[in-house]
Design a protein around this ligand. Structure first.
Ligand code: 0O2
Length: 277
């Protein structure tokens, strides 16, 4: 058998995980910047360790020549959502992408595993550009809620501790915990609109304040310090009112004032140029 250069083999998988994490985090940022609800709460990525690949190869009787086709989770991405409803949305987002070709779906939410494991898995092909040219690799994307992730992470550690043979007493507790997780996800979904409203309004407030502060800082270059201080004091007064509508009104008003200052500064600039001519 030819020597297997593990680090050469794993390099494209490392590239795939790094690129996809960046892409999904960018997507998340875009939602936030536009003040839209983002179905992605967190993105985690990892390349499977060599020992874990070897264990899985043995468990599934996979030969070295079929390793890249049959071990589908060498590159793994996990997308954590707040609500069960978001999982569908993230799955649709992934299917629409041109850079990911979904080849397999494992729905352990509708059909949870005997262990109680719940998660939605997509296996997709993703191409990275290496120094030897393009290389398509398989990536497993696990999509689950925070509650599902909490359960799976805990159960995974126990699997490790008991080397896959969790005692009956512990596994029946885990099974009860899995039921509680289903109930928790249901409860959270029932107050989903309330939670989403609260989050969107806090994000909107954050964006408004960022905008206002940037506008005031720009004004500082166009007008006198006293004038800007007055504007800033007025902003602090409005902010303390804790009234979103007032803050929006002030934001829009400030935009108009800033436009007027800009126009005035442009006119003055042209005047100076004319005098110089
Ligand atoms: P690790 O250590 O997370 O990498 P299949 O041939 O489809 O039956 P395969 O390829 O194992 O088997 O696919 P499956 O069942 O979709 O599992 C892929 C990954 O999902 C696992 O990778 C786990 O991360 C996770 N997973 C699946 N079942 C369970 C479970 O019962 N409990 C927990 N906690 N996680 C699970 P690995 O390689 O098994 O493990």
């Amino acid at each position: 058998m030819d020597i297997l250069l593990w680090h050469k083999l794993l390099s494209p998988y490392e590239m795939a995980v790094a690129e996809l994490m960046l892409k999904f985090n960018n997507l998340k940022r875009e939602y936030q910047q536009q003040g839209r609800y983002c179905p992605i709460e967190q993105v985690i990525g990892r390349v499977k360790s060599i020992s874990s690949i070897l264990d899985k190869m043995e468990r599934k009787e996979v030969g070295f020549d079929e390793l890249e086709e049959r071990i589908e989770d060498i590159a793994g991405l996990r997308i954590i959502c707040q609500f069960v409803e978001d999982i569908e949305k993230v799955s649709a987002l992934i299917r629409e992408r041109k850079d990911l070709d979904v080849i397999e779906v494992k729905d352990y939410i509708r059909n949870h595993k005997d262990s109680g494991y719940r998660s939605y898995h997509l296996v997709a092909r993703y191409t990275v550009e290496t120094i030897d040219g393009p290389k398509a690799v398989l990536v497993e994307i696990q999509i689950r809620t925070m509650a599902m992730d909490f359960w799976a992470t805990t159960e995974h550690s126990l699997q490790y501790k008991y080397k896959g043979r969790i005692p009956e007493k512990v596994s029946s507790r885990l099974s009860a915990a899995a039921d509680a997780i289903i109930q928790l996800d249901r409860e959270m979904s029932s107050v989903r609109d309330e939670i989403m409203d609260a989050q969107l309004s806090s994000k909107m407030r954050y964006n408004l304040v960022e905008d206002i502060v940037a506008t005031i800082e720009n004004m500082y270059r166009l007008t006198s310090r006293r004038e800007v201080e007055k504007i800033q004091d007025e902003f602090y007064r409005i902010y303390r009112l804790d009234d979103m509508e007032e803050l929006i009104r002030y934001h829009d008003q400030l935009d108009l004032i800033a436009q007027a200052y800009r126009a005035q500064s442009n006119r003055l600039g042209q005047g100076v140029k004319k005098i110089e001519e």
